[in-house]
Design a protein around this ligand. Structure first.
Ligand code: ADP
Ligand code: MG
Length: 827
């Protein structure tokens, strides 16, 4: 078959292991080796927000098939000699990404890879097509794996682990990957650390710390992620650090000397680069309802991406019998092949979508579970040599690569909320806010204090103003009051001058409408009287009620007794109240009668020509007698009828001085009526009045009592009784102590009346009556003087009558001068 005809694989390779024809390479999609996850344009160190990750968001990853490149090592010196007559076992068509495996001179099989790297491919190019996309994914937050698989001596270590210290262009994938990582991370916000391990005879050793062997693999039960917590993690800050680490690791690698290659390793070397990057999550933008143009953006969430680049330099894949090992070496080779064959089985299972993938069969497969069938971006480079002598191994390597190409990973970003950094940021923010709050609180407190002070100032100012205004108002009122008083005084003087009436009537004659004011007063007193009558009636009813209750109340022991006592007390109170009411009623009635009487007098006065002289007539005993006799039923008579003389006289002895004085006034006015005088005296009124005159120091009472005695002294019988009871003496004492001219006037009036009695002349003289009368003249008050004059005239008249010749110097006195005078007391 022509060599350019693609054929299916040999019968020994079944199913998925068959080589692919270019025309129907349907089971392997021709993705470019360079294709990668949509690049993140903003993985600039730790500041710019990155796109929302799938893992953090919980969504599924993106599919990412394992990419496989094949690299052909150039003939070495030995091969150049030994195989000089033979063609290479493979022919590469890199532009077609195909490899022809020559079975013999006329037959070959073609295989398609993601990349076909010839013996001339530079290390740089190998890095760029095989490892760079993976490294970029790691920088984006995905796990990545680059693994070299191949027969010992085909260039796995050359491809991955060359340090390129002498020749920079010889740097392998490990160095270049680290260069790229370091160039893209920020050492301020990101971190890069490295573990370097060796898996030898199913034991994991720490190449950075040889004492630390048999490191165990820990699997996260939730995520299935594997980690080696026992391994040394060394933080790498620059390339030099890393080169040093690689050298250290290399020095510790156990290199077994095999026939095939004295320098080849019989262990699997695993370099793990942990990249931790802080990024800002996408902003949560909430559109404002009011302002559609503006947005309120929450601060982006801090995220951390913890990705891992695993670079695996596998041990040689040659078969045991080819290794030439014996004894211990044989066991070793078996162990090496255990991990490799387990890897092969897993890849087969994955390639065939088998339900069971024997990941747990070896440590290598456990360590690489995320690299094949997991979430990592994985690139496999299979290395082959050109020698036809190793065609079998080369074929098996090619077929391994072909199967690996069918393994589909689901790439998932390793991103999580950076709680630590979030908490750190929040703490800083909180501290800022606390400080700000403290500042604002201080400002607020100061403001409150200022406002308080201002308010206090204002309040005191208002208080001051108010006090000023109050004082002003008070002064104004005082002024107005003084003016009113002044005006009233002026008016009073004016009225006094105008009317010149008798002192008794003066008050009542003042004002513009004396009649009307009296009528109003009468109406008011009537109203009060009615009220009192009503109250009395109610009190009486209450008393009756209590009395009947008391009567009904049976003798019920102590409780009943106390009840009775209570009732008795209430009764006594009621009786007292009643008595008081009765007294008040009598006084009110007498006041009313007095006012009625005065109103009548006033009317009569006004009726007579309206002249001021008419008032003078009021004082005339004649007119008074006439009025009292002209058939009118006088108010005093009415008082007798309504109240009863005994009751009024009883009030003279009341404990209440006010009641007494009112009673005296009533009696005085009653005594002004001739008809009553006898009855008053008979009822003991005169005696009571004289007792009052003797016992009371109060001049008001003495004045009214004197008035009452003066009225009683109008009657001849009474005049004698007054004298007998020592009245003249009492009157004299009253006169000597009096300060008020009105008192003198009353006393003088009384003595003047007594002076009209012929029988009393001697007694009046001997008992000091005439002396007292004359003594009162010293006061000089016209009213008093007129009474004194009248008394002297009466006395003289009697004297003259007593003389034998019946002639006297003062016999020419008019009759009116000798008539007794009566007084009305104003309440
Ligand atoms: P392996 O690790 O697969 O056992 P090595 O990387 O040790 O193989 O390579 C074996 C030898 O081949 C080394 O001397 C190495 O320098 C050389 N070699 C490997 N690949 C190449 C290459 N592509 N170009 C030049 N020399 C290479
Ligand atoms: Mg090697």
């Amino acid at each position: 078959m022509a060599s350019n005809v693609y054929r299916n694989g040999t019968g020994s390779h079944k199913g998925a292991m068959r080589p692919l024809a270019a025309s129907n390479s349907s089971n392997v999609k021709s993705f470019s080796f360079k294709s990668r996850i949509p690049p993140s344009s903003n993985h600039s160190p730790g500041s710019a927000p990155l796109r929302r990750s799938n893992s953090a968001g919980g969504s599924d990853g993106v599919p990412g098939r394992v990419r496989v490149a094949v690299r052909l090592r150039p003939r070495n010196a030995e091969e150049s000699v030994a195989d000089a007559d033979f063609a290479d076992c493979v022919e590469l068509q890199p532009e077609l990404k195909r490899l022809k495996l020559r079975k013999n001179n006329w037959d070959s099989e073609t295989y398609e890879f993601d990349e076909v790297l010839t013996e001339f491919a530079s290390q740089k190019r190998v890095y760029e097509v095989v490892a760079k996309p993976v490294v970029e994914s790691v920088l984006d937050g995905y796990n990545g794996t680059v693994m070299a698989y191949g027969q010992t001596g085909t260039g796995k270590t050359f491809t991955l682990g060359r340090l390129g210290e002498e020749d920079t262009s010889a740097r392998g994938i490990m160095v270049r990957s680290m260069e790229e990582i370091l160039a893209n991370v920020s050492l301020e916000t990101d971190s890069v650390s490295v573990s370097y391990l060796q898996l030898y005879m199913e034991s994991i050793q720490d190449l950075l710390d040889p004492a630390n062997d048999n490191i165990s693999i820990v699997e996260d039960p939730k995520t299935g992620d594997v980690s080696l917590p026992g391994a040394t993690h060394v933080e790498v800050r620059d390339e030099r650090d890393f080169m040093e680490l690689l050298r250290t690791g290399e020095a510790h690698r156990i290199a077994a000397n095999t026939k095939l290659n004295t320098e080849s390793s019989r262990s699997h070397a695993i370099l793990m680069v942990h990249v931790k990057r802080s990024v800002l999550g996408a902003e949560d933008v909430i559109p404002s309802e009011t302002d559609k143009s503006s947005h309120f953006a929450k601060p982006p969430k801090p995220l951390v991406r913890k990705s891992k680049l695993v670079l695996v330099d596998l041990a040689g894949s040659e078969r045991v019998h080819k290794s030439g090992s014996e004894g211990h070496m044989l066991e070793e080779a078996k162990s090496i092949n255990l991990s490799l064959s387990a890897l092969g089985k897993c890849i087969n299972a994955l390639a065939e979508n088998s339900a069971h993938v024997p990941v747990r069969d070896s440590k290598l497969t456990r360590l690489l579970r995320d690299s094949f069938g997991g979430t990592a971006r994985t690139s496999l480079i299979v290395t082959i040599g050109p020698s036809p002598r190793h065609r079998g191994e080369t074929t098996s390597t090619i077929l391994f690569g072909q199967r690996a190409m069918k393994v589909e990973n689901m790439l998932r970003i390793k991103e999580e909320f950076d709680y630590k950094s979030l908490s750190r940021k929040l703490e800083i923010q909180l501290d800022k806010l606390i400080a700000e709050n403290e500042r604002q609180q201080k400002v607020f407190d100061d403001e409150v204090e200022r406002i308080n002070l201002e308010a206090l100032n204002r309040v005191s100012e208002v208080e001051r103003n108010f006090a000023g205004a109050l004082e002003k108002e008070r002064l104004k009122c005082q002024m107005e009051y003084m003016e009113s008083v002044k005006k009233l005084e002026e008016k009073m003087i004016e009225n006094q001058q105008k009317h010149g009436c008798d002192g008794f009537m003066q008050d009542k004659c003042n004002g513009e409408g004396p009649g009307s004011s009296i009528v109003e007063d009468v109406a008011e007193v009537k109203k009060l009287l009615e009220k009192e009558i009503h109250m009395r009636k109610e009190a009486q009813e209450e008393v009756n009620k209590l009395k009947s209750q008391l009567g009904q109340c049976p003798d019920s022991g102590e409780g009943g007794g106390s009840e009775i006592l209570k009732l008795q007390k209430a009764l006594a109170d009621e009786v007292r109240q009643k008595k008081k009411l009765e007294e008040e009623m009598i006084i009110l009635r007498s006041q009313m009668l007095q006012l009625t009487f005065e109103a009548d007098q006033m009317r009569r006065c006004l009726g007579r020509n309206g002249s001021a002289n008419a008032y003078g007539g009021l004082d005339s005993p004649m007119s008074q007698v006439r009025d009292s006799l002209n058939g009118h039923k006088t108010p005093v008579a009415a008082l007798f009828e309504q109240v009863g003389l005994q009751k009024i006289l009883a009030l003279l002895e009341s404990e209440d001085a006010n009641v007494s004085i009112h009673a005296v006034k009533v009696v005085a006015n009653l005594a002004a009526e001739e008809a009553n005088q006898e009855r008053i005296v008979e009822a003991g009124g005169l005696t009571s009045l004289l007792v009052l005159l003797r016992s009371y120091e109060d001049e008001n009472i003495r004045r009214v009592v004197a008035g009452a005695i003066a009225n009683l002294a109008m009657n001849e019988t009474n005049q004698e009784l007054i004298m007998i009871q020592g009245g003249i003496n009492l009157l004299s004492v009253t006169a000597s102590r009096a300060e008020d001219p009105q008192t003198l006037r009353m006393v003088a009036g009384a003595i003047a009346n007594l002076c009209g009695n012929d029988k009393l002349q001697t007694k009046l003289r001997s008992e000091g009556g005439i002396r007292a009368l004359l003594g009162m003249a010293r006061c000089g008050q016209p009213d008093v003087l007129s009474q004194v004059a009248r008394g002297i005239a009466n006395f003289a008249k009697c004297e003259s009558r007593a003389s034998t010749n019946g002639k006297s110097l003062i016999s020419n006195l008019t009759l009116s001068d000798c008539l007794p005078v009566k007084f009305l007391i104003i309440f």
